[in-house]
Ligand binder design. Structure first.
Ligand code: XMP
Length: 327
């Protein structure tokens, strides 16, 4: 796919037929671009990279090498699920790299959101380059960039690790087959490619992962609080029929402590913020009206089960004025 501007005449992909036409066109374009060379793909397990993986598998089969980097900022159970789905079920050529310490050491003490994003993005590229060097003949880098990433990067709303910034010495040419699509279109294409609904319908997850939800300078303890509270939220949303209904839901643990009481003793601990939003394309978003009983249940579970947390808040802010993520 050439150019970074979606042509005015491009029809929104809403049906399996439109998706099939898109897939056919992309498979052809990918084959033309890549030939018999190998493509290295950052497979995070999110909708975008999974759909790109499926497209590339369709186009070039085993010449796609998927690399799943665990940057230590993934959700609970996520690396295990990526290995299960792609390696065991789809038989993809998958390399798993646990780079947790490397990322967290680099991020220690860094509190500026965009600097955090840049560090994570750059380290990602480095890890891929290292993997590529171990492999023969990698010339391309597949990426799950989607159109909102491009629009928001151009407007300067945020830096995005999926857009630009590749060091020239890497000699990787980008393959970005869904870069002109909106999120809803990526899902339609994923379904047409035969990806399971658990993958296609899963909520989006940012490249910098839980790192942008552990606001300010990341610590392992607070990161664990983000991960555990997120797992509880996901479990409760699934149990209460909200998992497939709400577009994106997650927790944030700000770098701030307040006083509380536990077992008759004073505590000084973090709050967990719950965010649950609905949107069509992530450009604007409204807040899901969570049943009050469920919110109370979440408060109880999170404050008793997550170490270091004594309060739970619910973010009532739509986008705009807030963005979906807190950083
Ligand atoms: P915001 O916070 O900009 O988020 O309203 C819009 C959507 O984009 C996701 N997001 C990102 N995805 N890398 C990504 O791959 C990023 O740096 C990033 N920042 C935000 C966010 O989760 C939401 O779905």
């Amino acid at each position: 796919m050439t150019g970074n501007v979606r042509p005015a005449e491009m029809i929104r992909i809403t049906t399996p037929e439109l998706a099939e036409a898109f897939i056919e066109e992309q498979v052809k374009e990918i084959r033309e671009q890549v030939g018999d060379k190998k493509v290295l793909l950052a497979l995070s397990g999110g909708v975008d990279s999974s759909v790109v993986a499926a497209l590339l598998i369709r186009a070039i089969g085993n010449n796609l090498v998927c690399v799943h980097v665990n940057h230590g900022l993934l959700r609970k159970g996520e690396p295990e699920q990526v290995i299960e789905v792609f390696k065991n079920q789809m038989h993809a050529n998958l390399i798993y790299v646990d780079a947790t310490d490397r990322f967290l050491d680099l991020l220690a003490g860094v509190d500026d959101p965009e600097t955090k994003r840049h560090i994570i993005g750059e380290e990602f590229i480095k890890v891929f380059a290292e993997e590529a060097k171990k492999l023969e003949g990698i010339e391309f880098l597949g990426q799950g960039t989607i159109y909102p990433d491009i629009l928001e990067s151009e407007k300067g709303i945020k830096a995005h690790h999926n857009v630009g910034g590749l060091p020239e010495e890497l000699n990787f040419e980008l393959v970005e087959p869904v870069k002109l699509l909106y999120k809803d279109e990526v899902r339609v294409v994923g379904r047409a490619l035969g990806l399971p609904s658990t993958m296609v319908d899963r909520q989006p997850f940012p490249g910098p992962g839980l790192g942008v939800r552990c606001t300010g300078a990341i610590t392992r303890e607070r990161l664990a609080a983000v991960r555990e509270s997120d797992a509880i939220l996901r479990e409760e949303f699934a149990a209460n029929g909200l998992a497939g209904k709400v577009w994106q839901y997650f927790t944030i643990v700000p770098d701030y402590k307040s006083t509380g009481i536990r077992d008759g003793k004073r505590t000084f601990e973090w709050p967990v913020v719950i965010r649950a939003i609905n949107t069509r394309d992530a450009i604007e978003a409204s807040v899901e009206r969570i049943p009050y009983e469920l919110l109370e249940h979440l408060v109880k579970r999170i404050t008793t089960e997550v170490p270091g947390v004594n309060r739970v808040l619910f973010d009532l802010t739509p986008k705009p004025s807030g963005t979906i993520e807190w950083e």
